[in-house]
Design a protein. Structure first.
Ligand code: AMP
Ligand code: MG
Ligand code: ZN
Length: 537
């Protein structure tokens, strides 16, 4: 008979339950004997006790805690009693469900609709988070890089070889400068070519975070080139260059915000956000969601007018991964890791829908108010005492804010870079405006080239969206201060442009009025003279 008393002491439960829950459990009458060190439960006795514990607790506990308890019970059955939990526990539960209507409802809901399975996946992931960093030894990293070096795409190798792929610092300093917040992606695009900019950016990041230890390099290469080619390079703004920019910007936030450590992200989390950044505007047609909805476009019909583009981008991305030969970057992942990764990617891409901006902004503000976040202090308090599922979701909330921030970050870049993005973005808006005029539709906000100016649109975008967002973001990640500094300078620049234009327009107007007045005076004099001449005659 296996000894189970150890498994029921406070000590051994720490990784599964919080202190209150452990105390609850130990206090619980059915397990009072587990306090006695040598007590051994019989197999059937324990099984019945565990299951009746579940039943009794079922009505008092919230879904999350209940799932946690159920997982724990399953683990006890598996480890100590060598019972295959799914077969056994559920057979028992099935019987019990029939006699307990409440239980039937709760478990029926959880098990039938597989919330339980999903939650359990998340638990496994969360627990692995703490292990993932130690699993990969230095030798393993070296070996992975050797393999990658041999199979790198020739375009990337060309650039990698001018540094040394084995030496990340050399790449940083000499080659790509990806970790510099003033990094000029337009320059790199000129060097590597339009079709390579996204693959080079993503590959660099995957190497940096050693993500090729979980994702096969050859598949990734094929996948990322397919993603890059899936962008519409005719668009002024929404191309793979923008995707590469967002990807690199997220990297900057990770480095300067020390995010991997603060948010305790594992490799699946990291792979998810960088894959999401790469595919977040995939197949963008150059028109906004509202335009697609108003023109009753097929995409709007398919996605029921809800986050039309974002749903499309992420769906197309997964179509490449799952349906295109040789692109399944998730093939080596366990089913659970795949599920988590897919879930994270979908949520990240959907979070780039601008209609969610206020929600994301309010999320940050609320955390600041509740936890007194200032200059990066107290951040850790947000995660204190949370159960793993809530922690998982909270991390997702932060990933969402980060990808959204990177997506609207161009006004926070150095001015020469920002100006190029702004012009492209406004050009794309104007193209839409032209199309709307052609179709006899009302012209959308910011889309009329005859009335909207670049400076005016930029001041509006900075004041309404970007400045408030980044002002709040830097309270969490103090080292991202440079974003707000750039925003202030860039705002002054466009303010100057707008004022100069207005001054010039005012002067032109004054000049015009003056000329008009002079002309009128002149006409009056001529008429007067003519009249005088006439009367003399
Ligand atoms: P996305 O379309 O996914 O790139 O979402 C970001 C949105 O932010 C764009 O669609 C634009 O509406 C807006 N945006 C980004 N940069 C600018 C900019 N410089 N000026 C005006 N709007 C911008
Ligand atoms: Mg988008
Ligand atoms: Zn975007």
């Amino acid at each position: 008979m296996p000894k189970v008393s150890q498994s029921l002491t406070t000590q051994n439960l720490k990784d599964l339950l919080n202190e209150t829950e452990i105390n609850d459990l130990v206090k619980y009458s059915q397990f009072s004997s587990c306090k006695e060190k040598d007590y051994t439960y019989g197999k059937d006795e324990l099984c019945i006790k565990l299951i009746s514990l579940l039943i009794d607790k079922c009505n008092e506990m919230k879904e999350n805690s209940l799932v946690k308890l159920l997982i724990w019970v399953k683990k006890q059955l598996q480890i100590y009693l060598d019972i295959k939990p799914d077969a056994y526990t559920f057979k028992k539960l099935e019987k019990l469900k029939q006699s307990e209507p409440n239980l039937k409802m709760k478990f029926g809901w959880m098990v039938q609709y597989s919330l339980l399975n999903q939650e359990e996946d998340i638990y496994k992931m969360v627990r692995r988070t703490y292990k993932s960093n130690t699993i990969i030894t230095k030798n393993k990293i070296k070996k992975n890089l050797m393999i990658k070096r041999n199979s790198l795409n020739p375009q990337i190798i060309k650039f990698a070889n001018s540094g040394n792929i084995m030496n990340m610092n050399k790449i940083n300093e000499n080659l790509l400068d990806f970790k510099n917040p003033n990094f000029d992606i337009f320059k790199l695009e000129n060097k590597v070519g339009k079709e390579n900019i996204l693959p080079v950016t993503s590959t660099y990041i995957f190497i940096t975070f050693n993500l090729f230890s979980i994702i096969d390099y050859t598949k990734f290469e094929k996948f990322i080139f397919n993603i890059a080619n899936g962008y519409n390079r005719e668009n002024p703004y929404h191309t793979d260059l923008h995707a590469a920019d967002v990807t690199q910007t997220v990297l900057i936030y990770f480095i300067f915000g020390n995010l991997q450590k603060i948010l305790e992200l594992n490799q699946i989390d990291l792979a998810s956000i960088f894959i999401a950044a790469g595919m977040h505007d995939l197949g963008h047609p150059g028109y906004t969601n509202n335009f697609l909805i108003n023109t009753k476009n097929d995409l709007a019909i398919r996605y029921n007018d809800q986050s039309v583009l974002e749903s499309y981008h992420v769906s197309e991305g997964f179509r490449i991964i799952l349906k295109k030969e040789g692109c399944n970057i998730f093939e080596n992942l366990s089913n659970q890791d795949y599920k988590i990764c897919r879930k994270r990617i979908i949520q990240c891409v959907l979070a780039t829908d601008m209609t969610l901006h206020n929600k994301e902004f309010e999320f940050l503000k609320k955390k600041i108010e509740t936890f007194g976040i200032k200059n990066g202090e107290n951040f850790e308090k947000i995660f204190e005492g949370l159960d793993p599922v809530t922690t998982y979701n909270l991390k997702q909330d932060f990933l969402n804010v980060l990808i959204h921030s990177a997506d609207v970050s161009n006004p926070s870049k150095p001015l020469n870079i920002y100006k190029q993005w702004a012009k492209r973005c406004v050009d794309e808006f104007f193209r839409q405006g032209d199309m709307e005029k052609k179709l006899g539709m009302p012209v959308s906000f910011n889309c009329d080239r005859e009335t909207v100016t670049l400076a005016q649109s930029q001041l509006g975008f900075i004041d309404a969206i970007v400045f408030p967002l980044f002002s709040v973001l830097i309270e969490f990640f103090e080292d991202l201060n440079f974003t707000v500094e750039n925003l202030k300078k860039n705002r002054e620049y466009f303010k100057g442009v707008k004022e100069n234009k207005e001054n010039k327009e005012n002067k032109d107007k004054e000049k015009e009025e003056k000329e008009e007045k002079e002309e009128k005076e002149e006409n009056k004099t001529i008429i007067k003279e003519e009249n005088e001449e006439k009367s003399e005659d």
